[in-house]
Ligand binder design. Structure first.
Ligand SMILES: [Zn+2]
Length: 146
């Protein structure tokens, strides 16, 4: 699935919103501003202000994990989404949002607990998992990219 698609992400080095090309070899994503690497084979943390640009406007499906550092089940979600991000690089991107810093966004999205995972495709939420639901998360991902 390589058709010149890009993903808008805030570079962790220069903090510019950059367009990362998805059409490339794995592990070769670069910021178009500072040329530092942008790694898409693992979950990427964003802030709520970048949600529209990165998630809603994405050209590929996005799995969004609302988590909190104090939440035990959230930590159990981590290996599941790490694995998905690695296996689906270029087809789907995994985004993490710290729930403690995203109250407005969560209110908009009607997210009331963590962990909650939303699957966005074409700017719309197409499925959601609440709590620790490993099988459901995998199903959501497979459904989104087929
Ligand atoms: Zn940069």
């Amino acid at each position: 699935m390589h058709s010149g698609k890009t993903l808008r992400l805030r570079c962790i080095f220069c903090l510019t919103l950059t367009s990362v090309k998805l059409e490339r070899k794995k592990g070769e994503g670069r910021c178009d501003h500072c040329s530092k690497p942008v790694l898409l084979d693992r979950p990427i943390k964003i802030v709520q202000d970048d949600f529209n640009e990165t998630v809603v406007n994405s050209e590929i499906p996005v799995l969004v994990d609302f988590y909190a550092d104090w939440c035990g089940p959230c930590k159990m979600v981590n290996p599941i989404i790490d694995d998905i991000a690695g296996r689906k690089e270029g087809e789907l991107v995994v985004i993490k949002i710290d729930a403690d810093t995203a109250h407005e966004l969560m209110e908009d999205m009607k997210v009331t607990s963590v962990p909650t995972l939303l699957l966005f495709k074409g700017g719309e939420e197409i499925s959601r998992s609440v709590g620790l639901e490993p099988e459901k998360i995998k199903e959501m991902v497979e459904h989104a990219i087929t």
